[in-house]
Design a protein around this ligand. Structure first.
Ligand code: SAM
Length: 227
């Protein structure tokens, strides 16, 4: 029986990489990377020199067999994504399911993820939350937003910077404009910011900017929440 390690990597700040993560990556036989070039920078920075292979959303169905062949041959594999926790809006789930089904050990080395970092920074309730990840771009998007508007839990949405204004406009339409929310941008990085306010206020703020850049998480208070 071999071990598949799911290893969280920094979401921006390299100092967030844990000593245990480095230890595990130095011990495994192979590292499956979402993008071998992106991860190459991280691995070099930490002096990790192991064979890598690519494992991303477009090849994971094909590559999962390669990964489990390695495990079946008695070797250990670590899976890392470009940033944060593999499996969270990133490849990971398929590999974990297949490794479990084949009775290999799956060990998760926890670490940063943008969702819970943004949630805690939002100053909105963290006791119950729903992780939505990326909303569908077209089909089903409006229906999903309508359902989310009724949820009493705090909502976590991943969004790209060029769609932020569109998303805030949609939330304004489906939710009450006075609903509290937060936009967390560039977490753990040099230009980290968390802007809090009503959906209305956030929309006005980001509309006034010349450009919106960086990585973004939108947090929206659950229905019925008020301070
Ligand atoms: N696996 C990652 C995690 O654990 O959070 C998420 C990967 S997903 C492909 C990338 C999205 O995560 C970005 O579009 C953004 O919504 C969010 N994200 C990642 N890093 C971030 C950061 N430093 N600040 C804000 N959002 C971030």
């Amino acid at each position: 029986m071999s071990t598949l390690y799911i290893v969280a990597t920094p979401i921006g700040n390299l100092s967030d990489f844990s000593p245990r993560a480095v230890e595990v990556l130095n011990e495994v036989d192979y590292i499956a990377c979402e993008d071998t070039r992106t991860s190459g920078n991280l691995l070099r920075h930490f002096g990790i020199n192991k064979p890598t292979f690519s494992f991303h959303q477009h090849n994971e169905h094909r590559k999962v067999g390669h990964l489990t062949n390695i495990l079946d041959a008695g070797q250990n594999v670590a899976l890392i994504s470009d940033a944060g926790m593999p499996g969270i809006s990133d490849p990971g789930f398929l590999a974990v399911r297949q490794a479990q089904n084949l009775n290999h050990t799956v060990t998760v080395i926890p670490g940063p993820d943008a969702a819970t970092t943004a949630l805690v920074a939002s100053a909105l309730p963290c006791d119950r939350y729903v992780f939505e990840g990326f909303l569908p771009h077209k089909k089903g998007r409006q229906k999903r937003l309508g359902q989310l508007a009724e949820d009493e839990r705090t909502i976590i949405i991943y969004e790209s910077p060029h769609r932020l204004l569109k998303l805030l406009g949609e939330i304004e339409k489906h939710f009450e404009p006075e609903r509290l929310a937060a936009v967390a941008r560039e977490l753990t990085k040099k230009f980290e910011e968390v802007v809090r306010g009503t959906i209305n206020e956030l929309k006005t703020e980001f509309e006034s900017r010349d450009s919106i850049k960086g990585e973004i998480v939108v947090i929206v208070a659950g229905k019925g929440y008020s301070e």
